[in-house]
Design a protein around this ligand. Structure first.
Ligand code: 1GP
Length: 235
């Protein structure tokens, strides 16, 4: 399989938009994997697996069930250092740059190394920015960090640029799962213009209009979890 990051960069250059469906192993019934994948929007390009609080066993079992049923790239989007499965194709190696909790800037990352080194996962350095989604979200609770206010556009851009200078290959703008307000178009476009890297946007996107607005603003990939978990397939 071609490298996941290379494909994302190629799609970005070609202007092809990507859609990732996020599966939280804690809420997912593995016996429904085949049905879930069959009902997924046909535009889906990636499957993300991860959650703020799920167990390593649930991640392993879910990844195995999904991989058995799809040829789409399966990418781990871990909530902590134990959410690693060698059965996936790639791992978003996240640093929560919006926060000031050292555990989510470097601690979890160091603790994940013994697990990662037992796998052949493609590692994708990713700047992860939590942005206020209008309610307290699981990421905020788990990481004990504050989101960046949506009005602080320059601070968000500067944080994303710091991620680029650190060598991150992707910028992930996250409003938090189930957010009331997705990341605003103005933030996406300002970040995209500055970083010139693939930009992923997720959190609170539950309508076709919101999805298209994110793409128009410059998001290369949109991640949707809750809307699909609830069986709300709007595409
Ligand atoms: C992925 O957290 C998002 O970045 C998913 O958010 O569950 O609100 O779609 P939703």
């Amino acid at each position: 399989m071609p490298k996941v990051l290379e494909e994302i960069i190629t799609a970005e250059k070609a202007g092809t938009k990507m859609l990732a469906v996020l599966i939280d192993p804690e809420k997912f019934d593995c016996s429904t994997a085949q049905k879930f994948l069959r009902e997924m929007p046909f535009l889906t390009t990636h499957i993300f697996i991860g959650g703020s609080t799920c167990t390593p066993e649930a991640v392993e079992e879910c990844t195995k069930a999904i991989k058995a049923e799809t040829h789409l790239p399966v990418v781990l989007f871990p909530g902590d250092h134990q959410q690693i499965s060698g059965k996936a194709d790639a791992l978003l190696f996240l640093s929560l740059l919006s926060g000031r909790n050292p555990d989510y800037l470097i601690g979890q990352q160091v603790r994940s190394v013994p697990l990662i080194s037992k796998t052949r996962l493609e590692i994708i350095p990713t700047a992860y920015l939590l942005i206020d989604g209008g309610k307290e979200t699981a990421v905020q609770r788990a990481s004990k960090t504050q989101p960046l206010p949506q009005k602080d556009v320059q601070q968000i851009v500067d944080t994303a640029m710091a991620g680029k200078y650190m060598g991150k290959r992707l910028i992930y703008l996250e409003a938090g799962s189930g957010a009331n307000i997705p990341v605003a178009a103005g933030i996406i476009s300002a970040v995209k213009e500055a970083v010139q890297l693939p930009v992923i946007v997720g959190g609170g996107i539950r309508t076709k209009e919101q999805l298209e607005a994110a793409y128009r603003a410059g998001a290369n990939m949109v991640v949707i979890g809750t809307a699909f978990e609830k069986g709300y397939f709007f595409l």
